[in-house]
Ligand binder design. Sequence first.
Ligand code: DX5
Ligand code: ZN
Length: 236
Amino acid sequence: MTATSNRSWKIAPSILSADFARLGEEVRACEAAGADWVHVDVMDGSFVPNITIGPLVLEAARRSTSLPMDVHLMIVEPERHLRAFAEAGASVITVHAEACPHLHNTVRMLKHDEPYRSLGIRAGVALNPHTPISALDYVLPDLDLVVVMTVNPGWGAQPYIPRTLRKLEELRERFARLGLTDPPLLEVDGGVKVSNAHEFALADVLVCGSGLFHYPDGTYADAVSGLRRQLATTLT
Ligand code: DX5
Ligand code: ZN
């Protein structure tokens, strides 16, 4: 897979794999390592089996960095919690298409209602591995971010599912066909490592949890530069 030479990528460490006893320090270390966003995985024990982070922890992490907080809501009825996460410091809020029967309305809220509008919240939608990109057809022009789940959400450190990568090509084609002048960013989430980052080069944002926090060959900065180096090998 080849990308054009003016490409750049954002690296978003998922704090799910961080040491929560030292969360502030870990978030600061990500910023010092050259990360672009901080990815915050919110799980409710219902949409996914695991339970993780709430607005209180987001607010604490937020105080340790000036990087944008990329909040991934793996929760049912996300509409009920958008305000809490927005006010706790989210920059991007992503909901799951599968968790939103009224997805158009949820995205509309994030883009146009208060307090989201004044806070400048960006709106994202995530697709589970089985969900086709057509689920986004009628909301695509309103989105700032599309998250292609490359694992089934619920845990960190899973191997990515190769066939999900086809969605990146499909989405790029769909953006072109719709003639979107300012298309949403494409994010991949799950199983990204320094060793395989080149396979995700069609994305704009790469979430990396265990691949960064448990990088066996060096520091977080080594992991971030390793990811960028792998991605750069795809440039023509
Ligand atoms: C999966 C989460 C991911 C995950 C990524 O449910 O949404 O963000 O933590 O972790 P790694 O990079 O370890 O697969
Ligand atoms: Zn995530």
